[in-house]
Design a binder for this molecule. Structure first.
Ligand code: NAD
Length: 315
């Protein structure tokens, strides 16, 4: 297949691109390498073509016309909850108007399907766990609002223009290439600190939990969504709740370093627990997460160690 991956220079997008290339698909990445995002030139696999462009830009039309993709994987986004709260207008420009530009170009270029990176954040703090597709969505940040709005646009474009879609609502994704300086992932932030022999901050009592899903497994879901799950919106997680304290202990085990801990009060808006039941994705997409948290963390530590030693060698 011919596939455009927006945000393909980013953390999740670059793993998806690798997965698509490994299966023999042809890939064009569209990414603006936004200064506040996780997009890096180094993340771009050699066999992928790269177009340095903003998803809001008119130039997308030419890229879509010339490449004529069968499928578009839409992963470009303003992805920070904190940033979206500070600047909801910018967030909506990229996550809503940018998406609309992509959808319009899909229609013009006769794209058959779009795979959309949605988010478990659209559920806010659910009354009941685990989260399933039946859980009511109560987005609590501008970011989560734009992701939910995005899902509604997918339905509209399918009804109006016959553009097929699958939306994947990810839990907390972690793995190699996640930006350790970002707000996004406690696992990559902690790994960055552990490997630099620095201390970590643990808010609340550290017993708050999230559903951490390995990026390689997320890339698998995106592969399956090329052909399956038409018209579906799937929650993508492991079903396991993992506390911040448990991540800390696992990293002590993996790295052999006991990082000093600064205990701080709960941050406003911090959710207590998250757990995702992906049975529907299992039945309809054939997806199950394969990577245990310990294995995923080992891979991620390994990656950050390699990056650090390459930097030290001046590569
Ligand atoms: N990381 C997670 O845990 C998580 C969870 C749920 C959903 N998501 C979604 O998955 C997608 C990928 O997230 P990520 O964690 O890999 O973040 P990321 O920042 O690493 O990737 C996003 C990419 O989008 C690019 N981008 C940003 N604005 C752009 C614009 N205007 N035009 C073109 N490119 C632009 C960035 O340069 C970056 O490469 C996003 O849509 C995000 O909302 C991520």
């Amino acid at each position: 297949m011919r596939i455009i991956v927006t945000g393909g220079a980013g953390f999740i997008g670059s793993h998806i691109v690798e997965g698509y290339l490994a299966c023999g698909h042809e890939v064009v990445i569209i990414d603006s390498l936004w200064a506040h995002g996780g997009g890096r030139r180094d993340n771009i696999p050699q066999r992928a073509s790269f177009v340095h462009a903003d998803i809001r830009d008119e130039s997308l039309e030419r890229v879509f016309r010339e490449f004529a993709p069968d499928v578009v994987s839409h992963h470009a986004a303003q992805h920070s909850v904190a940033f979206s709260s500070r600047d909801p207008q910018y967030d909506a420009q990229v996550n809503v108007l940018g998406l609309l530009n992509v959808l319009e170009n899909c229609v013009k270029a006769g794209v058959k399907k779009i795979v959309f990176a949605s988010s478990g954040a659209t559920f806010g703090e659910p009354a009941q766990l685990p989260i399933t597709e039946a859980t009511p969505q109560h987005p609590e940040s501008p970011y989560a609002i734009t992701k939910m709005v995005g899902e509604h646009y997918l339905r509209f474009y399918k009804a109006q223009h016959g553009l097929e879609f699958t939306a994947l609502r990810y839990g907390n994704v972690y793995g190699p290439r996640q930006d350790p300086s970002g707000e996004a992932g406690v696992i990559s932030i902690f790994i960055g600190r552990f490997l630099a022999a620095q201390g970590v901050k643990i808010y609340w009592d550290g017993e708050q939990t999230r559903d951490y899903v390995y990026v390689g497994d997320v890339a698998d879901a995106n592969l399956l969504a090329l052909d399956g799950g038409n018209g579906g919106m799937y929650v993508i997680g492991t079903g396991r709740k993992t506390s911040v304290n448990a991540i800390y202990r696992a990293l002590v085990e993996v790295t052999g370093f006991e990082a000093p801990v600064e205990r701080l009060p709960r941050r406003p808006g911090d959710v207590r627990d998250a757990q995702i039941d992906s049975s529907l994705a299992g039945r309809e997409l054939g997806w199950t997460p394969r990577t245990s948290l310990l294995e995923g963390m080992k891979n991620t530590v390994e990656y950050f160690r390699e990056v650090a030693s390459e930097r030290a060698a001046g590569k």
